[in-house]
Design a protein around this ligand. Structure first.
Ligand code: DGJ
Length: 733
């Protein structure tokens, strides 16, 4: 059984195939964290709690004269504020008497097969035989506040999920001022780094490794969405950890709103790592008898370095987050109209582009922004989701039919959460906007945000977009979000409940996505937020793929995709070949380089095929043929980084290996060519040692053992940003 309770019920051990997590129920009610590391059978790690008199550390009454027992240095599963633990708490409350202490002590536990759903929230899903769950209840005896800690163990994924439900079992309303979802305390001092993924618009998820020393290192978002600026996945690792060696612990938040991720090194070099909803502007009024469910964190550990962390996250996302028809399917190869035409088109132009897209062999034509209201620029019409008949004179159903007649599926762009001041919807419902009475709301990209915490707004949007999807054969939707939240206030909530708006907004978005994906299960939903501003596991629960970045330059994409693929699988990382010179950087690159980089994700095009030369079109046809033939490898192959972060390097290389290890693709790009360069040997990964592989374009065969140890020499490459890729195929005897 994955969850084992020791005889005297003092130790609870959670085992995955390769990891062990252990906690201790101290007779005084403390719930202590003991161990999270490699799997150890039948162990008792309680000796690891080396409590010493640390001075200036408060002693709980139950400890009597024993000055070695203090919350200040005790490794805890779920720390509260105000009882002598001065490190970052998970739970912070404002009690009815104005005090803020919450002293959580063990009350009860239960264990059951499977994994519960979390009401209104995305979460890892699992069958009864794939997971086991521990519910551990802690209670504050004075206020009656309970924290029900949920641990679900997915042994074969080497993953444990954690979340918490706060219940008010008292007689007074309590304000929850901070409810984080997960805490990991490390009692043993260590020399550790925190790996985060930072960025900006058009430069998302660049991997950054920071050495931890005394104090806190925190990242987060207070923008109402995950953001381009920091992703909500982090990895704590040994300072010496590499791709294939060293202890690594990682947390990935299954949530799409504000978040906090923090690692704190204390006075005696203990480390505390926490993750949850960002406490800024969060305050949830919890009435007696009510509960609050915090979102889920996916935890994983490996002693074998960063590569295994990546594999664990990719697997759990592909198998236990992404749902629906397209979860394990080939995604349509699409052509998106955005960089082909921006706002400047009519139905004839769209059909010309679509005709060319069909001739190139794509599967799906996506009509991006500009098709509705009076939308000829980004200054108007969000909210008016009726077709602009000056541009699309034939109407959407007819356009869709004609595109289908070309042999293409039809997809459409929407931005449901937003409203332009210049729109019919705004004139009718100005109160639907997030805005504070007496203040002018902040505008961004000339748009405001709808109050998604309101049920009537969500219901209205459901009706509007259901109508759109019923109006013709739409088989793909790109859901965009082109600004982040400000002016956090909802006219539907009392003053003391305004601290709930941020989270209720996210719940409203999830509700709408849930209802639309349930009503239209055959539609492929792709998320987007000005590129990758809401690239998180929460969104992946509703949409199998996300537009990775508005930056389509293949050279810039190297570091964006390198960072993204640390946490998220290729299947969900949309990547398109765009025009050269590139529209964001004006850099000129070859079609070959653009193709090799884009094929690492859910593949497509973002250009006007009418502007291509005959030779370029021919090259695109062969890219499409290759992707179609090898889609399982490109989308679901096991992903290996072969060279370090391309931000600091003149080259980048990665490979993807099929599940049966019979096929692999190796991709190599040189960012900065030099004369008489040393030969680059790539030591390959993930092959079968004793299988002989043929290598495309080479008159050479070698065993996996040879290629993984001796390495594969890369050819000399010249010119600007050259790239090469090799397909390895197991030779059948
Ligand atoms: C931002 C997206 O990332 C782009 O791909 C495009 O859809 C624009 N919005 C349209 O406004």
């Amino acid at each position: 059984m994955p969850i084992v309770v020791s005889q005297n019920a003092q130790l609870i051990t959670l085992n995955t195939d390769h990891t062990t997590y252990q906690l201790r129920l101290d007779p005084r009610g403390f719930v202590q964290h003991l161990y999270y590391g490699s799997r150890v059978e039948g162990a008792d790690f309680s000796y690891l709690w080396q409590h010493r008199d640390r001075a200036f550390s408060g002693i709980p009454q139950e400890a009597g004269d024993d000055r070695t027992i203090s919350f200040d240095t005790m490794p805890l599963e779920y720390p509260g504020l105000g009882c002598g633990d001065y490190r970052e708490p998970c739970l912070e409350v404002r009690n009815a008497d104005g005090s803020s202490s919450v002293d959580l002590r063990y009350e009860d536990y239960r264990i059951y097969p499977g994994k519960p759903r979390l009401a209104g929230l995305p979460a890892v899903f699992a069958e009864e035989n794939q997971a086991e769950t521990l519910e551990l209840t802690l209670r504050d005896r004075v206020s009656g506040i309970r924290a029900v800690l949920l641990y679900s163990v997915l042994p074969s994924e080497d993953v444990i999920t954690r979340s918490v439900r706060i219940e008010n079992d008292g007689t007074d309303t309590v304000s929850l001022e901070r409810v984080l979802s997960c805490c990991l305390d490390f009692q043993q001092p260590g020399d550790r780094d925190l790996i985060t993924f930072q960025g900006r618009h058009a430069g998302e998820r660049t991997m950054e490794r920071t050495h931890l020393s005394h104090g806190s290192f925190r990242i987060g978002s207070t923008r109402g969405a995950t953001s381009h600026h920091y992703n909500n996945g982090v990895i704590l690792c040994d300072r010496t950890a590499t791709e294939t060696a060293g202890d690594c612990w990682a947390m990935l938040f299954v949530y799409s709103g504000n978040f906090l991720a923090e690692a704190e090194v204390d006075q005696v070099l203990q480390t505390r790592m926490v993750m949850g909803i960002h406490p800024r502007n969060f305050c949830w009024k919890l009435e007696p008898g009510n509960s609050f469910q915090a979102p889920e964190v996916i935890l994983t550990y490996s002693e074998h370095g960063l590569e295994s962390i990546t594999h664990n996250f990719h697997s759990v996302i592909n198998n236990h987050i992404i749902r629906g028809k397209y979860a394990h399917q080939q995604r349509p190869i699409l052509l998106n109209s955005w960089e082909a035409a921006y706002f400047d088109y009519d139905d004839q132009k769209l059909l010309e582009i679509a005709k060319e897209a069909a001739e190139l062999g794509t599967d799906l034509f996506v009509l991006d922004d500009g098709w509705f209201g009076q939308r000829d620029s980004d200054t108007t019409s969000l909210g008016d989701w009726n077709v602009n008949e000056q541009k699309i004179r034939c109407g959407l159903p007819r356009l869709c039919k004609e595109i289908n007649a070309l042999g293409l599926k039809f997809g459409i762009w929407i931005e449901p959460e937003m409203i332009s001041e210049e729109s019919e919807l705004y004139r009718k419902h100005p109160d639907w906007v997030l805005a504070i009475p007496g203040r002018n709301p902040i505008s961004s990209r000339c748009q405001y945000v709808l109050d998604m915490s309101r049920q009537d707004v969500v219901d209205y949007l459901f009706d509007v977009f259901s109508g759109l999807l019923e109006s013709c054969n739409i088989e793909y939707v790109k859901w965009d979000m082109n600004r982040q939240l400000s002016d956090i206030w909802s006219c539907r909530l009392l003053a003391e409940r305004q601290g709930e708006v941020f989270h209720r907004y996210v719940l409203g978005v999830y509700d709408l996505m849930n209802r639309l994906t349930a009503a239209f299960p055959d539609v492929l939903l792709e998320n987007c937020s000005g590129g990758g501003g809401r690239f998180d596991a929460g969104m992946l629960y509703y949409s199998p793929q996300i537009w990775t970045s508005d930056n389509t330059d293949p050279v810039e994409r190297l570091s964006i995709q390198y960072g993204t693929a640390f946490l998220y699988p290729s299947s969900c990382m949309s990547a398109h070949v765009s025009a050269s010179p590139n529209h964001q950087t004006h850099r000129t690159t070859s079609m070959k380089t653009r193709g090799i980089v884009a094929k690492t994700g859910s593949f497509g095009y973002e250009l006007d095929p009418g502007k291509l030369t005959v030779a370029e079109k021919e090259e695109i046809r062969s890219q499409i043929q290759d992707y179609r033939h090898n889609w399982e490898l490109y989308s679901f192959g096991t992903y290996y980084r072969l060279l370090p972060n391309p931000v600091d390097s003149r080259e980048s290389a990665w490979m993807q290996v099929s599940q049966d290890q019979k096929k692999a693709v190796v991709s190599y790009v040189v960012k900065n060519v030099t004369a008489n360069a040393p030969t680059r040997y790539l030591r390959l990964r993930g092959l079968r040692a004793d299988t002989v592989y043929e290598i495309s374009g080479w008159n050479f065969r070698a065993s996996g053992a040879v290629l993984m140890n001796g390495g594969l020499p890369m050819p000399e490459l010249y010119g600007d940003y050259p790239a090469v890729s090799f397909l390895l195929t197991a030779k059948e005897d």
